[in-house]
Every structure is written in structure tokens, then in C-alpha cells.
Write a protein that binds this ligand. Structure first.
Ligand code: ZN
Ligand code: ZN
Length: 583
């Protein structure tokens, strides 16, 4: 349950300073500016506002037409101008990074409208069901109030889809199929889900009737859109591949990395070769412990056989959840013992069974409170395998075997995403909560996997803290190969011409993935761009920053201090954190 407050003010409260320096003045001014920026942004993007818990514009739905794009451009131009009035050198570290995040957001938006123009070729960008589902399922306000807003919003739906049809010029086949599938999938929201909510409300009958009426028109508009997409002629559909130039631009604006796309791709190729070498080394060392026969001459074959063998070491379906739960305090204890990072004991992670609406996803994920819900709990949602077929469960358990399960917990919880979040909340920034850098966030989680193993974390408590076993390392390398190959795949497909067959070879043969996982990855790369690179990019930047700090500080380098300082800047791009740390 989420309680969301509409008050922005608490983020920007500043103590009264009587004799303030020019820098104090500049920061005070910038804090005021940020508040105005966010308030203005929510007016332009009401759906985004609702999704982060700012519910002032819940009754609005932006018709995605030329006028709306004009309004966005005006917003961006105006704020780019306001931003340029500030002297960056006068701002404190937190405001400096916020400044860059806002600047990138404005640039990215303008570029999206003027250059990338997804509104012309991605029909899946038009879908209203998610917002309505959220309003019905999420308890942020009394049901009557939510339904009143939903009623007003429903009135815009026919015009919304009319504008969508007007915008689309030459959509890709892949995004067209996705749009049909997702819009179909969402129809139930304004059917059964809405009926259920109406059953729980106490609105007057006439109002309920109006809602049902409007829902009928909305559903008709969605169905019409689905039919229209199905009948598109599609003689020269746009390719799902972005092309080298657009890809390089998107990479720069989205990841805000210190490296460009082509260099990260080169680094990923080198990392893949390095991982293969290391994996073969571990396999050779382990071979006689697990097999009687001679090791295969083919390197990749030998590694695969060893991975398959080690994957048999997994928990049973009914102890999957408890296995995850038990690891959390073990991880915390290890970090304390090894002095790797301060972990705030007053903010323990709440482990819970995943709520019903997430069911079926299994694995584990972090739910953190939104930027307007400061006192909400952060949960570690742990999926259960209840009701899974025997084969599906077995395959899943082998994938998340005892070794990988540890790495997953490190990544998602401690000292990965959860710990990063606790640190980020210590210097709360509404800007970073909304526009936080994904490469930094994912990069940190991926970095901690390596860091924990370097310090001797192992599944076996007998060797834990001494040195991670060859088994643990081999499985770690396999896991790390995944994000490395995600980057190679994404770049090769969008900036190059990699075929599906070549992609399958990369993922199945060279990255040891299951066929089904690889198929899913191929589908994802045809629908998204750059996103798959954020893990490896952030990871590479953090590892390199650590090496540079070691060189710079020599004997004075302290790993714990490095981690704490790195996290203290919040979810800012690594290149700006680096600038501040190397200062
Ligand atoms: Zn088994
Ligand atoms: Zn992650």
C-alpha cells in the first residue's frame, strides 16, 4: 500500500542562513528552480506524474498530437534557457549532478521529438490500459476519488487513439505486432477490472452509468486501433534496427557515459574473450573433481559441460523462498566483517512473498517507495514456484542454482540495489529520484557481484571469507558474460547488421544461455535500443574509476571509503561522480 503526498516542499526545505555567501545564494536559487522545474514537468507529463505517485493530474490524458509535442518543445527550450542562467561552478556537488541530469533530460526529449521520432514508428507507445490498471489496483486514494478521475480521463481516449493513427507513418513490423498484442491484453482493464471496482464504490448510479458508457467508447477506440494496425499495408516498414548514427546519439543521451557506444562495444568484446579464458581456467581446475573422462578439446564445450554439472546444485522448489530469505543476514554480516561498506542497521530490508499482482515472475525484485512516498517500506519481493509444472520449475531452479542465487541476492539486495537506494535516500534529491542514471544504478549492482567475490564471498560457509571457490567464480563469470553479451548483441544488431542466427550463436554457444532465454533476448533487442547496454557500461565505468583511484591514492586507497564516497552522490552518471571524486 502506498501513501503519496502531494507536497513537494519537504524536499527543498533549507535552513535559514543569515550571512550567506554567493555560493549559498546560488544553491538556494537552484533549489528553488528545481522545485519549479518538477512542478512544471508534471503538468506537461501527467501520466509520468501519476506513475511516480504525484496524483494532481490523474484526470488528464495528453492527446499525443502535434500541439502536445509543441508544448514539450516549449517546456524544454524554456528550461534549457533557465538552466543556462546558473553558474555551474557555484553549485554544490548535489546540485551539480542534478544540473547535468536536467540538462540531459531536456536534450534527450528534444532529440526524441525532432530526430528519433518514435511517435511515427512505434505503435506500442500508444496504450492507455496501464494507466487505468494502476488507478484501479493501486490504493493511493479512496476508490470513489480514483473512479471520478478515471471517468474524466476516459473521455479523452477516442481522441488519443485518433491522434495515434494520425502520427504513425511507417511503423516497424515488430512494434506493430507488440502494439496489437499489448492493446489486446489490456482490454480486460476497462471490462472486468473496472466492473469489480465499480462494485466496491459508493458513487451515485448516474455517475456509474456515465463511467460504463465512456468505458464502452474507450474500448471501441482501442479495438478500432487494433483492427487498424492489423490492416496496415506495410509495404516498406521501417527496420527495427536503429542504425549506427542514431544508436550512437541515443547511447550518449540515455546512458550519459564517459565512453561512446563504439568504445563500450570494443570493451565488451575484450571482456568476452577474457571471461572465456577465465572460465576455461576454472573448468580445467575443476574437471577431475566432477568427471572421470578427459576434458573436451573444444574450450566452449568443456565449459558448458562444467556449467551444466554445477547447475545441478540447486535448492528444491519449496525451499526457494527460504533460501533467499536466509541469505540476506549472511550478506550483511559478511560485509561488516570484511569492512566493505557501512550498512545502516536502522533500515533493514523487508523480505516478503511477492504480492499477487507480480505473481508468475518468480526470482526476486526490489520495490522501493516512490519519490512522493518517503516513509514507505522498501520490499524485497521473493517469488515462489507454487503451481509451476515440474519441468519448468526444474529448468528455473537449475538456472538459479545455489551459486547464481547468491549473485542474484548480491545484485538485487545487499550490497547491490537495496544498499545503493539507502545511500541515495540520505541526500534525497527529487531530480535523482525521477531522472536517476540507469547505467550508474545497474552498474553498481553488477560491480558489487565482482567485489563480493574478490573479497571471498562463497556459497559454502566453510570457505566463505577465505577465497571464493573455482565453482563460484565459474558461475559468476557465466552471469557476468550475460551483461557483456547483452551489450555486444545490442550494438551489433542496431549499429550493425547481426542476424537472428548470429545472435543465437552468440547467446547460446558463447554465453551458455538456454534456447528460450536467448529467444526472449532476441525479441527484446528488436523492440528496445541501448537499454541492454546499461549494465555493462556502468560496470565498466565503476571498475575503471576504482583502478584510477587506486593509482591516484596509492597506499591511502581504502575500499570501504571508496564505496561510501561513490554512493554518497546518489544516482548520478558515473562520469560526473568521477569528476567529483578525482577532484
Ligand atoms: Zn535438479
Ligand atoms: Zn539490476
Amino acid at each position: 500500500m502506498r501513501y503519496c503526498t502531494l507536497l513537494l516542499i519537504s524536499f527543498f526545505c533549507m535552513p535559514y542562513i543569515s550571512h550567506s555567501s554567493p555560493a549559498d545564494e546560488a544553491n538556494k536559487k537552484f533549489d528553488g528552480y528545481k522545485a519549479r522545474f518538477v512542478t512544471a514537468m508534471w503538468e506537461v507529463y501527467p501520466a509520468w506524474a501519476s506513475s511516480v505517485g504525484y496524483h494532481l493530474y490523474d484526470d488528464k490524458l495528453v492527446i499525443p498530437d502535434a500541439a502536445a509535442r509543441e508544448k514539450e518543445i516549449r517546456f524544454c527550450t524554456q528550461h534549457a534557457d533557465s538552466l543556462s542562467q546558473f553558474d555551474l561552478s557555484q553549485l554544490n556537488d548535489a546540485n551539480k549532478t542534478d544540473y547535468h541530469l536536467i540538462r540531459y533530460q531536456l536534450k534527450y526529449t528534444m532529440w526524441g521529438i525532432k530526430v528519433l521520432r518514435t511517435y511515427e514508428w512505434d505503435p506500442s507507445g500508444y496504450n492507455v490500459s496501464g494507466m487505468f490498471a494502476e488507478m484501479l489496483a493501486n490504493d493511493y486514494a479512496p476508490i470513489n476519488e480514483r473512479l471520478k478521475n478515471l471517468n474524466k480521463k476516459l473521455a479523452f481516449v477516442p481522441a488519443y487513439y485518433a491522434a495515434a493513427k494520425e502520427n504513425l507513418k511507417n511503423p516497424t513490423n515488430e512494434h506493430t505486432d507488440l502494439a496489437i498484442q499489448q492493446n489486446k491484453g489490456g482490454l480486460g482493464v476497462l471490462g472486468d477490472d473496472l466492473e469489480q471496482a465499480l462494485g466496491k464504490c459508493t458513487l451515485p448510479a448516474a455517475e456509474q452509468k456515465e463511467i460504463r458508457e465512456r468505458a464502452k467508447y474507450a474500448v471501441a477506440a482501442i479495438e478500432d486501433y487494433i483492427k487498424w494496425l492489423g490492416k496496415l499495408e506495410h509495404k516498406t516498414p521501417r527496420s527495427f534496427r536503429l542504425g549506427k548514427e542514431l544508436y550512437a546519439q541515443k547511447f550518449e543521451l540515455e546512458l550519459q557515459s564517459g565512453y561512446d557506444a563504439a568504445s563500450i562495444y570494443q570493451k565488451a568484446l575484450l571482456r568476452k574473450a577474457e571471461l572465456h579464458d577465465k572460465m576455461y581456467e576454472s573448468t580445467r581446475r575443476l574437471w577431475s573433481k566432477y568427471f572421470g573422462e578427459a576434458i573436451p578439446a573444444d574450450k566452449l564445450q568443456a565449459i558448458k559441460k562444467m556449467i551444466d554439472k554445477l547447475s545441478e546444485n540447486h535448492v528444491s522448489a519449496d525451499s526457494f523462498q527460504t533460501a533467499i530469505e536466509q541469505q540476506i543476514p549472511e550478506l550483511t554480516e559478511f560485509i561488516k566483517k570484511k569492512n566493505l561498506l557501512y550498512i545502516d542497521p536502522s533500515k533493514p530490508l523487508v523480505v516478503r512473498k511477492e504480492p499477487a499482482y507480480m505473481a508468475g515472475v518468480a526470482g526476486a525484485s526490489i520495490s522501493s517507495p516512490g519519490p512522493y512516498d518517503k516513509n514507505g517500506n522498501t520490499y524485497y519481493n521473493v517469488g515462489s514456484l507454487e503451481g509451476w509444472g515440474k519441468d519448468k520449475a526444474e529448468s528455473y531452479l537449475r538456472e538459479y542454482n545455489k551459486y547464481i542465487l547468491q549473485i542474484l541476492n548480491i545484485h538485487e539486495a545487499i550490497p547491490g540495489h537495496y544498499t545503493q537506494l539507502v545511500y541515495a535516500n540520505q541526500s534525497p534529491s527529487i531530480i535523482k529520484a525521477i531522472l536517476g542514471n540507469n547505467a550508474m544504478i545497474e552498474g553498481w549492482a553488477v560491480y558489487t557481484e565482482l567485489m563480493m567475490l574478490e573479497n571471498g564471498y562463497d556459497v559454502d560457509p566453510k570457505v566463505r571469507g577465505v577465497a571464493a571457490s573455482a565453482e563460484m567464480w565459474l558461475m559468476y563469470y557465466k552471469w557476468n558474460l550475460r551483461s557483456t553479451c547483452n551489450t555486444i548483441l545490442d550494438y551489433s544488431v542496431h549499429a550493425g547488421n547481426m542476424s537472428k542466427e548470429e545472435a543465437m550463436n552468440l547467446l547460446v554457444k558463447e554465453a551458455f544461455q538456454q534456447q528460450a532465454e536467448a529467444e526472449g533476448k532476441w525479441k527484446r533487442v528488436t523492440l528496445t535500443q541501448v537499454q541492454l547496454c546499461c549494465y555493462f557500461t556502468g560496470f565498466t565505468e565503476i571498475c575503471n574509476l576504482r583502478e584510477e583511484m587506486k593509482v591516484k591514492q596509492g597506499k591511502a586507497f581504502d575500499l570501504k571509503k571508496f564505496h561510501e564516497q561513490f554512493l554518497s552522490y546518489g544516482s548520478a552518471p558515473v562520469k560526473y561522480i568521477k569528476e567529483l571524486m578525482m577532484k
